[in-house]
Design a protein around this ligand. Structure first.
Ligand code: NAD
Length: 264
């Protein structure tokens, strides 16, 4: 679809660290100028990623915003257009996780999970889509799902449900955005060694009596066909394809990149 390889601009949310950072750097290597987003608490990390991208010869700027706030997301899209030019690609990567038994979940736990992981994706998809439609250029929307969007993990129930919603939203957006030459896809990582999995490992360990590092090791051995924990760059490679003209005929898909845990 209409991604001009000469002039491409992407926003990557939650790109101060982890998978988002790897995606931002990979897209810069692919020739994208990148708006690097995260929350205020990660300001210095966002600035570091921005500098790294500039040192690669691409344009970049930091924008602190909470994706669960629609006004902040709208301002981010406006700022990106004014700093970097027309928007081609939105990578709605930001997300949170929480390990908790279903019967212990509070209304607030459930609410915050959906505010960031579902409303956040919706805010990013819709603000970017409105901008791309206004430009008439076509473009690409991407969202972070997970393997738990196909098969939930126990003790990660509301996280899993939020990722199922990302998958559903991605399919619905794909159908409605097709007339505007916008493709909409999600990526579904498996077990990636980031701060998010440090938290999951620690919290599952507390509940199951395992030491730090043991749970991720066990899941890696027992679940991953390729036998190693994923690194953020594994995910960035798939996202690079989904952000490139090579994926122009792909839409509405949630692409699993997990080393062989879930088979779709
Ligand atoms: P991470 O926690 O290392 O990084 C997530 C980033 O998002 C952080 O920098 C965080 O500050 C930011 N963020 C959180 N809430 C935000 C908000 N409201 N607004 C803006 N930024 C916000 O996590 P990660 O492992 O890099 O995960 C990235 C995405 O991939 C998430 O959506 C996650 O659910 C998904 N994912 C991760 C794994 C994994 O194994 N790590 C597996 C499947 C899916």
């Amino acid at each position: 679809m209409a991604t001009n390889p000469q002039n491409r601009v992407a926003i990557v949310t939650g790109s101060g660290r982890g998978i988002g950072k790897a995606i931002a750097l990979r897209l810069a290597r692919d020739g994208y100028d990148v708006c690097v987003n995260d929350i205020l608490a990660n300001k210095s990390q966002v600035e570091k990623v921005t500098s790294l991208i500039k040192s690669m010869g691409r344009n970049s700027f930091p924008f602190l915003a909470d994706v669960s706030n629609p006004e902040e997301v709208e301002s981010m899209v406006e700022a990106s257009v004014s700093e970097l030019g027309p928007l081609n690609t939105m990578v709605a990567n930001a997300g949170i996780a929480q390990v908790k038994a279903l019967l212990d979940l509070t209304e607030q736990d459930l609410k915050r999970m959906f505010e960031v992981n579902v409303y956040g994706i919706f805010n990013c998809y819709s603000s970017a889509a409105k901008q791309i439609i206004k430009q008439g250029t076509g473009g690409k929307l991407l969202g972070a799902a997970s393997i738990v969007a196909f098969k939930p993990f126990p003790l990660l129930s509301h996280y899993s449900a939020s990722k199922w919603a990302v998958r559903g939203m991605t399919q619905a957006f794909a159908m409605e955005m097709a007339p505007h030459k916008i493709t909409v896809n999600a990526y579904a990582p498996g077990i990636v060694g980031t701060a998010m999995w440090d938290l999951i490992d620690e919290e599952l360990g507390k509940l199951k009596g395992a030491k730090k590092g043991e749970t991720i090791k066990k899941y890696t051995t027992d679940l991953i066909a390729l036998g190693r924990t994923s690194v953020p760059e594994d995910v960035a490679k798939t996202v690079s394809f989904l952000c490139s003209p090579d994926s122009d005929y792909v839409t509405g898909q949630t692409i699993v990149v997990d080393g062989g845990i879930i088979f779709t």
